[in-house]
Write a protein that binds this ligand. Structure first.
Ligand code: GDD
Ligand code: MN
Length: 369
């Protein structure tokens, strides 16, 4: 097994040296470690750097210019590891709250599951050294997230989690919306929705003895709100939200088309047919861009628009237009309708559905990671 332990750090100068030593002592011999430091002012990165020669080829350091939060650090770490062909990823804090002795236990379990969660909220797991208030807040946060999301995972907020590469691919890291601590909730919820097999393993979580937690009231409140957003954006691939956005985009495209047509054909008195084709191309391009950046964002992620996809989309729209005309004319020919525009309405709907299906399955198709 090709394991990468990812350790985000911000001001962990007191912890990082003993932590890394304890971690390596517990790690399977081929396991590697990536420390992701956000330019900690206390010099954490330098201390980690000094240890590199003791673990040749196994300890890596990713230095980032400034503090960007836990989610950004982890996303960078996942990207780093995915591009180097690791197949198992472990998230771990540097402050000894995540005890290294659990790493082999989790590594064993990942043989039979897609995701293994170090859990404080199942039998055998618990937090040690937290005040009643902090415990209550943490338990409450977990319960709240579970209820809002309808997700059976007991420790949704915890940060000691192991992922198989295939699970990360199913989740689709490019579409993660969290930037703060809700990242942990979102990752697990998405894994659950994507049908990953998930195992919670009980852990004892002692409070840190050195350094300070970066958790704040603001971060906590932000996470409470974020849970709702996660619920509405994650894992729902029914296409309903995509279709609504696609239809709105098409509506806006029609407005653009009509406005240009009015300018060119009515005001500038240009010939209608070439004007109509031109309007179709401009509105089609606008639709392509909005669909790329908005309607199908979940599929396109950070990839830029391309000429090839634009051409595919224009082709798909032309086909939609063809279907529109076909449905409209055949309805007019066969059915006795009180108004002709009803036939055109049915045509538009049929054309839009065809265009949507082609867009979803071909043009903006989700890349298979
Ligand atoms: N690179 C980087 N950038 N690291 C960070 C940042 C950041 O902005 N913020 C925190 N870290 C590092 C810390 O240095 C530590 O190694 C780890 O992330 C966890 O941060 P703590 O400040 O110790 O978090 P905590 O103990 O309050 O929260 C833990 O429990 C939460 C649930 O109760 C973490 O495991 C969270 O992930 C978890 O949600
Ligand atoms: Mn901590």
């Amino acid at each position: 097994m090709n394991l990468l332990v990812m350790v985000p750090t911000y001001n962990e100068a007191e912890n990082i040296d003993p932590f890394l030593k304890a971690l390596f002592a517990a790690l399977p011999p081929e396991g590697q470690v990536l420390v992701v430091d956000d330019n900690s002012p206390d010099g954490t990165a330098g201390i980690a750097e000094a240890l590199r020669s003791s673990y040749p080829g196994r300890l890596h350091l990713l230095n980032r210019p400034k503090k960007q939060g836990l989610a950004a650090a982890y996303l960078a770490a996942f990207a780093w590891g995915l591009s180097r062909d690791f197949d198992v990823f472990l998230e771990m804090d540097a402050d000894f709250s995540h005890r290294p002795e659990y790493v082999p236990v989790m590594a064993e379990a990942i043989g039979s599951y897609d995701v293994v969660i170090g859990s404080r909220n199942i039998r055998g797991g618990r937090v040690e050294g937290w005040s009643k208030t902090r415990n209550f807040i943490s338990k409450g946060g977990s319960l709240y997230s579970r209820l809002v999301l309808g997700c059976p995972i007991r420790d949704l907020t915890g940060g000691f989690n192991m992922w198989r590469k295939s699970a990360l691919e199913k989740i689709g890291l490019e579409s993660i919306i969290s930037r703060g601590y809700s990242f942990q909730v979102e990752m697990k919820y998405r894994a659950f929705r994507a049908g990953c097999s998930i195992k919670e393993i009980p852990i004892i979580f002692p409070d840190r003895t050195a350094g300070r937690s970066k958790m704040s009231k603001k971060i906590f409140l932000e996470a409470l709100v974020k849970v709702w957003k996660i619920r509405w954006t994650s894992g729902r691939d029914t296409g309903v939200d995509q279709f609504v956005k696609f239809a709105l985009t098409g509506g806006l495209g029609t407005v653009t088309n009509l406005a240009l047509f009015f300018l060119a054909a009515d005001l500038a008195k240009l010939p209608e047919i070439p004007v109509s084709i031109g309007c179709f191309m401009v509105a089609g391009t606008q639709n392509y861009l909005i669909n790329h950046l908005w309607s199908f964002r979940k599929y396109t992620g950070k990839t830029p628009p391309s000429i090839r996809k634009w051409a595919l989309f224009i082709g798909s729209s032309s086909l939609g237009l063809g279907v529109n005309i076909l449905v409209m004319t055949s309805l007019l020919a066969r059915v006795n309708l009180p108004f002709k525009f009803i036939a055109q309405g049915c045509g538009i709907l049929a054309g839009m559905v065809i265009n949507f299906i082609l867009s979803k399955l071909v043009v903006f198709r989700k890349r298979s990671a």
